[in-house]
Structures are given as structure tokens and as C-alpha cells.
Design a protein around this ligand. Structure first.
Ligand SMILES: NC(=O)c1ccc[n+]([C@@H]2O[C@H](COP(=O)([O-])OP(=O)(O)OC[C@H]3O[C@@H](n4cnc5c(N)ncnc54)[C@H](O)[C@@H]3O)[C@@H](O)[C@H]2O)c1
Length: 360
């Protein structure tokens, strides 16, 4: 019997989720969105039979549902995940996991009490580059990763003005919480060590300048809020003695958009990098996956060649969710990791607000 899934939220990620779920053999039986017209349009586009404008009504009407995927503004990740878990459904939720570690802790406890799977769409872990790099890390080629640099920096990539992305109450913040993928990927490579301290600064340069808008056509909301940071830079230490630095921005004087994790291990360094020629457009990207070793007394650079994956793992991560439910693959991420990540994000905002390092 195939796994039955409903998608909550008719946003741009719905297509990737649907493709991945179907590739793994799951059935998508419904789509729910508070905006009925958006739900109908997306359901028609993706060939989904049932449409609902209320999640509670959908959960009641479809007892056969096994799981939901949640693709809505960040503020609704925790309440909708908790509602679905309490109704006995497994949950695949978009990133960021929640607005705060406090919310994430409740989500984790709810999943444990309901004995349901709770996973997040950290799709960059599902890129071919990340799978390849993890093989080297797991087989001991890299050794202990001492230091890591995580970057998602843009030049002009603000996701609209006045919409939910730039409204702190709905998003939880700007690029620090939105572009947390590379911090997550760096932590994943490092083995998700226990964080000790975080120190960070945020800035708001360009955040209301319309010429710094990204190219995705996200509509502006004239009277909406734009009260989030445009960039954040920080440093996290771990109880193990490891450390990670991060740079994230929607708008900053960078040469081009760069999405990368670079690390220095005891035996080898490495890098997974995507460079965009034009901010945010996938078909202009260049991908690199490399290991830096020292062999026979000489530095050696190894290029790892993997199939191109323009969607950056967004399809493969949905495949992993279904396979994790079936027990044929390990889940690519866990609620414990999401909680640790949210503690770092919370701490980074607190450090930026207080000007002090924060103990985690
Ligand atoms: N993994 C990735 O690469 C990636 C990329 C883009 C967005 N995202 C994430 O996806 C999520 C959605 O972003 P988006 O750009 O698709 O947003 P969007 O604004 O385009 O779409 C969100 C949809 O959710 C609906 N919605 C809002 N509240 C709802 C509720 N309570 N119940 C049901 N539907 C509700 C809205 O009507 C809207 O149709 C965000 O969490 C974002 O961070 C992830």
C-alpha cells in the first residue's frame, strides 16, 4: 500500500515535494491552503484530486492520510505540525523548523508522544554533492572536522518588501533564519556537535532599497512590514572544541550569490559550493565539490564529479521522507538536530541584539 500524503500550502515548493513524493511511490491525495483559489490552481497544476481551505477539515475528512508536508510561512510551521502530529500524521515541514527553539522543543515532544516521524526540508543535505561528501566523511577520509565556514550570501536577493518574508512576526527574521541551510549542512558534516557559545552581528543595510530585490517575482505588499536584517555574520563554538563561522545575506556588497560550506578536517579539507552568475537563478549556477588532501608530501585537490542537480536536493529530500517512513532509508535529519540548529539561530539573534556572546 502506498503512503498517502497531503500538501499544506500552495507555494513554489509544492512542485518539488509532489515530484519527490511520487518518485518514491507515494500518492498525493489532497492539497490544503487557506487561499482556496491558490489551492485549486496548485492542485490542478500538480494533478492533486482533493482541495481544502481548512487543515482541520482536511484531517477530519481524510482518515486514510499517512502524512502531510507543510509549505507555509514560517509562523505556521509549529502550529500546523503540532496539529497534524496530534492527528496521527507524519510531518515533512519546510525550513526553518520553527520561529524559535522553544517552538521546536514542543514540536519534538509532540512527535515523540504521538510516535510519528517529524522531518524538515533541509534539502541541501540531499544534493548529490552532500551525499558524496558524507561518504568520504563517514569512511574517515576527512578525519575530525575542526573548523567550518558556512555561507549563503547574495548581492541583491531580498525576497520582496512587506510580505511575510520581511515581516519578523511571520518569518522569525531575515536571511539568518531563512538561509540557514548552509549552517545546517556544515553542522551535518561536523556530526552536529553540542554548541557552546555563539556571537553574531546583523545589519539592515539596503533592506528597504527596491533595487536590491531578488528575481523570483515575489509580490511587494505596500503597507506590509520590512523589519528584518539584510545580513548576519557570526561564529559558533562547540563543546567538542570544533567551530563554525557563518555569513548569510539577502543584500550585501558581494561579487555574486554564493552558497557554500568549506571545512578543514584533521586529514582533509573540503568544499561544497554553488555559485550563481545571476542572484537566485538555478540555470546559471556552477557547482563544485572538492576535497583537499596532503599526499606523498604534496597538496592534492580532488574534484568529486556528481550529476548536476539544479533543484539542490529539493526532489531527493522529499524522496527521503517517503523512504524514511517506509524504513528503506535513514531520515536525512532529526528533530534533535533541528532543535540544536534553532538554539544557534535564537542565540545569534540574541547576541546581535545584546552585543554579547551567548552561552547555548
Ligand atoms: N527549501 C527551500 O529551498 C525553500 C524555498 C522557498 C521557500 N521555502 C519555505 O517554504 C515555505 C513557504 O514559502 P513560499 O515561498 O512557498 O510561500 P508563499 O507565500 O509563496 O506560499 C505560502 C502559501 O501558504 C498559504 N498559507 C498561509 N498560511 C496558511 C495556513 N495557516 N494554512 C494553510 N495554508 C496557509 C498561503 O495562502 C500561500 O499560498 C516557507 O517556510 C519557506 O521558508 C523553502
Amino acid at each position: 500500500m502506498s503512503i498517502k500524503i497531503a500538501i499544506i500550502g500552495a507555494g513554489g515548493m509544492a512542485g518539488y515535494h509532489a515530484t519527490g513524493f511520487r518518485q518514491a511511490g507515494a500518492e498525493i491525495i489532497a492539497l490544503a491552503d487557506v487561499n482556496q483559489a491558490a489551492a485549486e490552481k496548485s492542485a490542478a497544476k500538480h494533478g492533486i484530486g482533493r482541495v481544502f481551505n481548512d487543515v482541520g477539515a482536511m484531517l477530519k475528512a481524510l482518515p486514510e492520510l499517512d502524512a502531510v508536508s507543510i509549505i507555509v510561512p514560517n509562523k505556521f510551521h509549529a502550529p500546523l505540525s503540532i496539529q497534524a502530529l496530534k492527528a496521527g500524521k507524519h510531518v515533512f515541514c519546510e525550513k526553518p523548523p520553527a520561529l524559535s527553539a522553544k517552538e521546536m522543543a514542543v514540536m519534538k515532544a509532540t512527535a515523540e508522544n504521538a510516535n510519528r516521524t517529524l522531518m524538515f526540508n533541509f534539502n541541501n543535505r540531499a544534493r548529490p554533492e552532500s551525499y558524496a561528501m558524507m561518504e568520504y566523511i563517514k569512511e574517515g577520509v576527512v578525519g575530525r572536522i575542526n573548523t567550518c565556514q558556512a555561507k549563503w550570501i547574495r548581492r541583491a536577493g531580498i525576497p520582496g518588501f512587506g510580505g511575510w518574508f520581511t515581516t519578523k512576526a511571520l518569518s522569525g527574521g531575515g536571511p539568518l533564519i531563512d538561509l540557514l541551510h548552509m549552517i545546517d549542512l556544515g553542522l551535518y558534516f561536523m556530526g552536529y556537535p553540542d554548541p557552546a557559545y555563539v556571537m553574531a552581528q546583523t545589519s539592515t543595510d539596503h533592506i528597504t532599497d527596491k533595487t536590491f530585490k531578488g528575481p523570483w517575482g515575489i509580490p511587494d505588499v505596500a503597507k506590509g512590514a520590512t523589519d528584518v536584517e539584510s545580513a548576519a555574520h557570526g561564529f559558533v563554538t562547540f563543546k567538542t572544541g570544533q567551530s563554525i563561522s557563518f555569513a548569510v545575506s539577502w543584500a550585501e556588497m558581494n561579487k555574486r550569490e554564493e552558497v557554500s560550506v568549506t571545512f578543514q578536517g584533521a586529514k582533509a579539507g573540503g568544499m561544497v559550493q554553488r555559485l550563481f552568475a545571476i542572484d537566485g537563478l538555478d540555470d546559471t549556477a556552477t557547482d563544485t565539490c572538492e576535497l583537499y588532501t596532503h599526499e606523498h608530501g604534496r597538496p592534492v585537490n580532488r574534484s568529486i564529479i556528481v550529476p548536476p542537480d539544479a533543484p539542490m536536493g529539493r526532489v531527493r529530500s522529499a524522496v527521503n521522507f517517503v523512504r524514511a517512513l517506509e524504513g528503506t532509508e535513514k531520515p536525512l535529519n532529526t528533530p534533535d538536530q533541528a532543535l540544536s540548529l534553532m538554539k544557534i539561530i535564537d542565540g545569534a539573534y540574541k547576541s546581535a541584539a545584546t552585543g554579547k556572546p551567548i552561552a547555548l
